[in-house]
Write a protein that binds this ligand. Structure first.
Ligand SMILES: [Zn+2]
Length: 408
């Protein structure tokens, strides 16, 4: 450590362990927005915020804030999400929340900042319970539609509004969560991939969060008897779809890192052992931080589908379900983070994010940057997710040092 702000590794380790026990099961973390574990996490965070000498507050959608008031205008915000995926890990989202809290606890010793500092536990990022992508961030940006609380339902049929009321929140007040005073947002997060761990680099400075493209590819062949139809007379929809998926995967492998493609969901009809499939449908998730490269790859995907369909005598239909623009992080904030990394004696590299984050939405309104710390073996969205206490504390120290530069 050189002249950076030092975050207490032991305090941060305690936060990570104790927050990681809330919603923990033998099968990993289950902490979904507004459920019992989420409410206990909220209450625990409010207690820690109070103990750290910060002002605690919960907004209309359940975002939890800890505030270190400044003497002037504007707020510098840090934080991440507190909800998890099913069977998730203890670090995704959580580290950015408790790392931000430990950073503000360390910064409190430096007197009154010019700009107010806040740490936030965003209520929902993963859409594990409701199809409400980035609900906490959207509420802060005024992007929640008025009908969402009554329209969105979880698997049990509970509406978002009902779940909010059970957690002590008023769904009619969602609009009051909107903020106009944010000057910057910094998110500390685990990498969720293996670049930093493989290269032995301490922190990643995220330049861009790729836009995700989702397509549904439907192949229609001819449904026939599995015994009476010779192989040479078939139009097997699944065989054609499998060939398409294979050729798409090979094309993206040839494009090289950081292009990624996943065909994760499949439907086969009629789905009988004795019937040649008449229909096969699969999902494609394709990501690249450079929109032009991603779109060229999608063109290639469409050529592959048409070509394989012709060879197999089937019909193919491709529908775009999601088409996100990449989110570019603020270059000035990245410089602040780079300087902070050097002040903390941390090695760093610039990199794209693999995963999506609250920051991608925040960046549309507020100058935003992300700091990554290494994920052991690149594991994430699994109970095997792990980042060492030293790496967590180093990332939080870089965050604290950058926040100091921005707020004093
Ligand atoms: Zn996350």
């Amino acid at each position: 450590m050189t002249d950076g702000i030092h975050v207490d590794e032991q305090l941060l380790g305690t936060y990570v362990t104790e927050l990681g026990a809330i919603g923990e099961t033998p099968d990993g973390m289950y902490r979904f927005v507004y459920d019992d574990a989420w409410q206990r996490a909220r209450d625990t965070l409010l207690r820690w915020i109070d103990e750290a000498g910060l002002e605690g507050r919960v907004d209309a959608v359940g975002n939890v804030f800890g505030r270190l008031p400044g003497s002037g205008d504007g707020v510098v915000l840090t934080g991440s999400h507190v909800d998890t995926v099913p069977s998730g890990g203890k670090y995704d989202g959580a580290l950015g929340v408790v790392g931000g809290l430990a950073a503000l606890a360390a910064l409190r010793a430096h007197g009154t900042p010019t700009r107010t500092l806040e740490v936030v536990a965003l209520c929902e990022e993963e859409s594990s319970r409701f199809p409400a992508d980035f609900l906490g961030t959207r509420a802060m940006l005024g992007l929640v539609a008025a009908d969402e609380p009554d329209r969105l339902r979880d698997r049990d049929g509970t509406t978002l509004a009902e779940a909010m009321r059970r957690a002590g929140l008023d769904p009619a007040a969602v609009a009051t969560a909107e903020r106009h005073d944010l000057r910057a947002f910094l998110e500390l997060h685990i990498e969720q991939g293996r670049v930093l761990a493989d290269e032995g680099v301490d922190v990643g400075l995220v330049e861009v969060i790729p836009g995700i493209a989702w397509e549904t590819i439907t192949v229609r062949g001819r449904q026939d008897h599995a015994g009476a139809t010779p192989m040479d007379l078939r139009a097997d929809a699944l065989q054609a779809a499998a060939q398409m998926a294979r050729e798409i995967t090979l094309a993206v492998e040839r494009a090289g890192r950081p292009a990624v493609a996943t065909t994760g969901r499949w439907t086969v009809e009629p789905g009988q052992p004795s019937v040649v499939p008449g229909l096969a449908r699969f999902s494609l998730d394709l990501r690249h931080p450079d929109l032009a490269v991603r779109d060229r790859l999608l063109d290639q995907v469409h050529r592959i589908c048409a070509d394989v369909a012709r060879r197999h005598g089937v019909e193919v239909d491709v529908v775009r379900d999601k088409d996100e623009e990449p989110a570019t992080m603020d270059s000035g904030l990245l410089e602040v983070c780079r300087d902070a990394a050097e002040r903390c004696g941390a090695s760093w590299r610039r990199m794209p994010s693999g995963a999506g984050h609250d920051s991608q939405l925040m960046a549309s309104r507020v100058p935003t940057a992300m700091v990554f710390v290494p994920s052991v073996d690149g594991r994430s969205h699994t109970p095997a997710e792990y980042t060492s206490p030293a790496d967590c504390a180093r990332g939080a120290s870089v965050l604290a040092t950058a926040l100091h530069r921005l707020a004093w």
